[in-house]
Ligand binder design. Structure first.
Ligand code: 13P
Length: 690
């Protein structure tokens, strides 16, 4: 069942990753296309003009970059919690949006995949429902996503991805989209693109006629059209079948000088034609008009035609002529067609025999140095080979290859670190095997919420007496509920039995009803406090940050700390115990300096072993404690690690204590249930004598 869940989460994660990388990339390489789509949506919501175009371009770049980055982060399982939640929120919002476009039909194409893949509104809705379900599953269990790169190196993926996609997007905005998915791509013969193949499905229309007679108006079809005594009023025609739509169906040029349709003339011209495309001259960038004029002169000299194609009216054309000294011919075409033809305003297109052989943004026009001979002799005048594969390769080499290399290096690094740790642990083991006595051996009882005051004091007395009579060869501590502390302190011989609380507040003092401060604990005579117990984390929501406050306050008040850490059964089954324990230490105690660290005792208590009767095997416990010690060594050095007492807790009894305590890294136990009876507790303490 668990395996199935993990597989499902990872399948969903890869589906989301692939979709987001694709949809983000195609948006990012075509920021103007995304901007046009955003404007379609804004118009449908009557929000047109809310933001200026330059801001919308920023939104378009950010949207593409966000989707792409979410996809890559999902793929590499970077920041799993945050990324999966943002993805879910994103998918939820998109599903609502597409439900709206499905029902109200305000835009024809959702624009999810730019021009690369067009879906109907129904298909989009279905796709988003599936993706939202995937996102929900991943957000439910983000830690099931297997990591390819260790956490410490993930920042490289994060920064590289964001920088890569933003730079790509800005580059494409400055020049032209790296991949052109529109029908007017290089290599397309416009005339052929407009042809309807023989036998293709024809669109079908149905007309109804409104006719009137004697004041009565009725609807008729061709089948029941009445006699001439009826007077015609109106015709309504609806398309009943879509039919075949050629890739180019909206290309028509009208000369601004003569008003003639020159489409055929341009498309059948033998030789070269430059089309300077500007959907709107009023907002066209005029900074490169010098280059444009020179290309026009070059065209004139070399027998090539040159037209400026625009949707602008005459006054705008005149303004442009005045501004740039343009002498070329102008013709009109549909604005949307022009926006589709080239993502630059203005942009330049070169046709040879009606086929598009090159396209340039106004920022990257051919320079006079490039135009030194007739076009047929220049590279730009030759039909280019399809370079899609080449460009795909560049993307793979510049993005995925470095990240794959990083993944490989990271895995090698993690593997070598593991080997080094193992070796250093072995060195530490050997050291501890001989010098274990250097560290304090401790048996601590945690009474939890048991014993009323009278019973508690009686038990403390009994333990005290037993240990005074038969001195332990380890340190013994009993940790009791707050209300026992002062009374129990009164009956203990503090040279034989130490006293601790089970908790303290994360605030120093003040209006915190029901809380007990570290200072109050200290004032009872207690020397210790347990912090970070899994029951407090689990039932009382104690987070790493809260525990950090408690740790600082306890130390500030002169208390020593028994700091607990440990993983759940699920985390162990997912082999995450090291990660979990390290994070708990890093989150709450590793901020301490070396001096303060001397007051910390660590208790490793696997949650699955607490109060369950299911003890970790002595080897499992030893392995974890050795790992914890190596983590302490990494942080505070081998000497400090050697002096840190690390206890095991979880169903520890007199029967299994000798075996556990015989392990080189186990310095004692934190005992729950078995500390509530003097004989049981003493049995564990005596394990140190065996
Ligand atoms: P048990 O010994 O009852 O399993 O409890 C362990 C514990 O939680 C000590 O803090």
């Amino acid at each position: 069942m668990q395996k199935l869940r993990i597989t499902a989460v990872n399948v969903c994660r890869f589906v989301l990753a692939a979709t987001f990388i694709f949809s983000g990339y195609v948006k990012a390489i075509d920021p103007l296309g995304t901007l046009y789509k955003l404007k379609d949506y804004a118009a449908a919501m009557s929000l047109n003009g809310l933001l200026p175009d330059w801001m919308l371009v920023g939104v378009a770049i950010a949207l593409g970059a966000l989707e792409f980055a979410l996809g890559v982060f999902m793929l590499f399982a970077v920041r799993r919690h945050v990324v999966s939640r943002i993805t879910l929120a994103f998918m939820a919002a998109m599903t609502v949006l597409t439900l709206w476009i499905f029902v109200a039909d305000p835009v024809k194409d959702c624009g999810c995949f730019g021009d690369a893949l067009k879906l109907t509104n129904g298909e989009t809705l279905l796709k988003n429902i599936v993706l939202a379900a995937c996102a929900a599953l991943v957000a439910w269990r983000p830690v099931d996503m297997a990591r390819f790169i260790s956490r410490s190196n993930q920042w490289i993926v994060r920064y590289y991805t964001v920088a890569y996609i933003v730079i790509t997007s800005v580059y494409c905005l400055y020049t032209l989209p790296i991949f052109d998915f529109r029908p007017y791509h290089v290599g397309m013969n416009i005339k052929q693109g407009m042809e309807i193949p023989e036998g293709a499905e024809q669109p079908e229309f149905e007309s109804t006629f409104l006719l009137r007679k004697n004041g009565e108006t009725r609807e008729f079809t061709l089948d029941n059209y009445p006699d001439s005594t009826w007077e015609y009023v109106d015709t309504r025609t609806v398309q009943t079948k879509k039919g075949y739509e050629p890739p180019i169906h909206d290309f028509a040029l009208t000369s601004c000088d003569t008003g003639e349709d020159i489409t055929e003339q341009v498309l059948t011209k033998k030789g070269y034609t430059f089309l300077l495309v500007s959907p709107r001259l009023a907002v066209a960038d005029d900074s490169n008009f010098g280059d444009i004029d020179q290309i026009y002169e070059y065209a004139e000299e070399n027998g090539a035609d040159f037209y400026c194609v625009t949707a602008s009216a005459n006054d705008e054309i005149e303004r442009w002529r005045d501004l740039t000294g343009a002498e070329y011919q102008f013709c009109n075409a549909d604005e949307t067609t022009l926006k589709t033809m080239i993502r630059s305003n203005p942009g330049l297109m070169l046709l040879k025999d009606g086929t598009i052989i090159d396209k340039w943004s106004h920022n990257a026009l051919p320079q006079t140095d490039d135009l030194t001979a007739p076009l047929q002799q220049l590279t730009i005048g030759k039909a280019q080979n399809d370079s899609t594969t080449e460009r795909l390769l560049i993307v793979l080499l510049t993005f995925f290859l470095p990240l794959s290399a990083l993944t490989l290096a990271d895995r090698l690094w993690a593997w070598s670190k593991w080997i080094r740790n193992k070796q250093s642990n072995n060195r530490i083991f050997n050291l501890f095997k001989t010098e274990k006595k250097m560290r304090k051996k401790i048996v601590a009882g945690n009474w939890k919420m048991n014993m009323n005051l009278q019973d508690g004091v009686a038990l403390a007395k009994e333990i005290n007496e037993a240990l005074v009579a038969d001195k332990p060869n380890c340190e013994v501590i009993i940790c009791t509920p707050f209300i026992h502390l002062a009374s129990v302190a009164g009956v203990l011989d503090s040279t034989v039995v130490g006293l601790g609380a089970e908790n303290c507040a994360d605030k120093a003092k003040g209006a915190y009803t029901g809380e007990v401060s570290a200072e109050m604990v200290k004032s009872t005579g207690a020397q210790y406090v347990i912090l970070g117990h899994s029951e407090r984390r689990q039932y009382y929501g104690e987070t790493a940050e809260i525990l950090k406050e408690k740790v600082d306050l306890a130390l500030a008040n002169g208390l020593k700390i028994l700091f607990c850490c440990g993983e759940t059964l699920e985390e162990r089954e997912a082999e995450k115990q090291n990660e979990v324990v390290k994070a708990e230490l890093e989150g709450s105690v590793f901020h301490l300096d070396a001096e303060a660290w001397k007051n910390i005792v660590i208790a490793y208590e696997p949650i699955w072993a607490i109060g369950t009767g299911k003890t970790a095997t002595s080897d499992q416990a030893e392995e974890m404690l050795a790992y914890i010690r190596s983590t302490v060594a990494e942080k505070y050095g081998a000497e400090a690690a050697e002096e840190t007492s690390i206890l095991y807790g979880g169903s520890c009894k007199a029967s299994n204590a000798p075996e556990l305590f015989s392990k080189p890294n186990i310095d004692g136990g934190l005992i729950g249930g078995a500390s509530l009876k003097c004989a049981d507790f003493k049995g564990i303490i005596d394990a140190w004598k065996k």
